[in-house]
Design a protein around this ligand. Structure first.
Ligand code: FAD
Length: 178
């Protein structure tokens, strides 16, 4: 596997990723195993369609404290943590190569994110508001905007993007994270 990966140059990766993705919907609803997809649905939806859980009424919290596959919300929270933290530590003055890499990374992420509906909307959001990779500040604000689009869609409170560095880089200005 490693020697095979070594033969694939960086420029081929996006093309290979696109080919795999178009192959069929390997990830997301159904997937290779034809099992209901936890990461595509909220926990209750997943539990209602999962044969192993049909006899019990789902409460949404019976797996708390256990190491189980992620639900859509758990995956979302963990993924936003990675995305905002990546943006927080992105260079203030990225090189042209770093800018290209980040843009490609975001595009590939949008093809493989395991929640199909989320990924589809993400791809359409980045088509209308393309990734801003010119600086740490631009990228952090861009991810904040994109996340707020999802918040809005889900009827959640919008995040104040002026405070994005406090949340993901420096800690709150009241010192509560120190
Ligand atoms: P989250 O929204 O996960 O946020 C985590 C933390 O990030 C918050 O506690 C807050 O401190 C901080 N935060 C919130 N907003 C912002 C912001 N704008 N900028 C910076 N920090 C912020 N779920 C769906 O049901 N449907 C979808 O279509 C969908 N699309 C998604 C697309 C992507 C790319 C991702 C990563 C997730 C998506 N999700 C979707 C999951 C959804 O966004 C939430 O992660 C999930 O509902 C859990 O929400 P939460 O309230 O725990 O907080």
């Amino acid at each position: 596997m490693f020697s095979l990966l070594g033969l694939i140059d960086a420029k081929s990766w996006p093309r290979i990723a696109r080919l795999n993705h178009n192959d069929d919907h390997m990830y997301g609803t159904g997937g290779r195993s034809a099992q209901p997809c936890r990461a595509c649905n909220d926990f209750k939806q997943w539990a209602q369609t999962n044969v192993h859980n049909k006899t019990t009424e789902p409460t949404g919290d019976q797996h708390v404290g256990k190491e189980c596959p992620l639900s859509r919300d758990q995956l979302g929270r963990n993924t936003w943590s990675l995305l905002h933290t990546m943006a927080a530590y992105y260079p203030k003055e990225p090189s042209p190569q770093q800018r290209t890499d980040m843009k490609q990374w975001i595009e590939i992420f949008g093809r493989f994110y395991p929640c199909d509906d989320c990924a589809k909307d993400f791809r359409s959001d980045i088509a209308t508001d393309p990734p801003q990779t010119q600086s740490q500040q631009a990228l952090s604000q861009w991810f904040c905007r994109i996340h707020n689009k999802v918040n809005q869609k889900l009827g959640k409170k919008l995040f104040d993007c002026k405070r994005v560095d406090e949340r993901w880089l420096n800690g709150w200005s009241d010192g509560s994270c120190d």
